[in-house]
Design a protein around this ligand. Structure first.
Ligand code: SAH
Length: 232
């Protein structure tokens, strides 16, 4: 007789719901203080940032730091971008529900999840197999059925699913990989950090207009390097 009471009690006393609530409040605070205040105003983007449980995309040991105003380590020398940067990069591609988006640099899968909240389909490529596999499992578990993860070098893009309405590159490239521009739809937008490794990178917005690249420099940034698969 004692056993069921104990189980019921431990269920009622479980800390999970309380913790979830705390994170919900933290997400709201993140949106208000880090994202809206810096000028991100797209309603769909703000809602996506409110919805995606960022604490599930960072190592459990730093889950309590998930909503702070910074990038965080996710292992293998990679980082999950600062929340504001994720929101800003999502806003500049002007996401709508009918879009098909390619992301290069899946990492934790967080940026892919934010995109997946808004657009129809997300394709994302990750060069580090461990990250790719973990992100794919996490996204599946969280119910993001409209994200497909591929492990490989994103330099070549994903021809089978091209052209894309937008491309989001989340690693700092020394120059814009030509295959990515090719796989962008006419009128499409690509956001990409460009510059030398770990310094003087510029976040660029590239629009394809009559087949030509129209480029706007958005802001100075620092991203982890865009690496290349060893040529066989
Ligand atoms: N968007 C991620 C953060 C990415 S960090 C998130 O939301 O968590 C940058 C990621 O790009 C790293 O995981 C790195 O391994 C990956 N990357 C670097 N060069 C790449 C390439 N050529 N192709 C695919 N992924 C690459």
């Amino acid at each position: 007789m004692l056993m069921p009471v104990y189980i019921l009690l431990s269920f009622l006393l479980s800390t999970t719901p309380v913790q979830e609530d705390a994170y919900k409040a933290q997400r709201e605070q993140m949106v208000e203080q880090q994202i809206k205040r810096r000028g991100v105003s797209d309603k769909a983007v703000l809602n996506a940032m409110r919805s995606v449980q960022r604490h599930l995309f960072v190592p459990p040991s730093i889950a309590n730091e998930a909503y702070t105003d910074s990038a965080l380590p996710i292992g293998y020398k990679q980082t999950i971008s600062q929340p504001y940067m994720v929101a800003y990069m999502t806003q500049v591609i002007e996401p709508t529900p009918d879009m098909k988006v390619l992301e290069i640099g899946t990492g934790s899968g967080y940026q892919a999840a934010v995109l997946a909240e808004i657009v129809k389909q997300v394709y994302t490529i990750e060069i580090i197999p461990e990250h790719g596999k973990m992100a794919a499992a996490r996204l599946k578990q969280l119910g993001y059925d409209n994200v497909e993860v591929k492990i490989g070098d994103g330099y070549a893009g994903w021809k089978e699913h091209a052209p894309f309405d937008a491309i989001v590159v989340t690693a700092g490239a020394e120059s814009v990989p030509p295959p990515l521009f090719e796989q962008l739809k006419e009128g499409g937008r690509m956001v990409i950090p460009v510059g030398p490794v770990y310094m003087n990178q510029t976040l660029k917005l590239i629009e394809k207009k009559r087949g030509e690249a129209v480029t706007r420099n958005l802001m100075p940034v620092v991203f982890v390097p865009f690496t290349r698969e060893k040529q066989k």
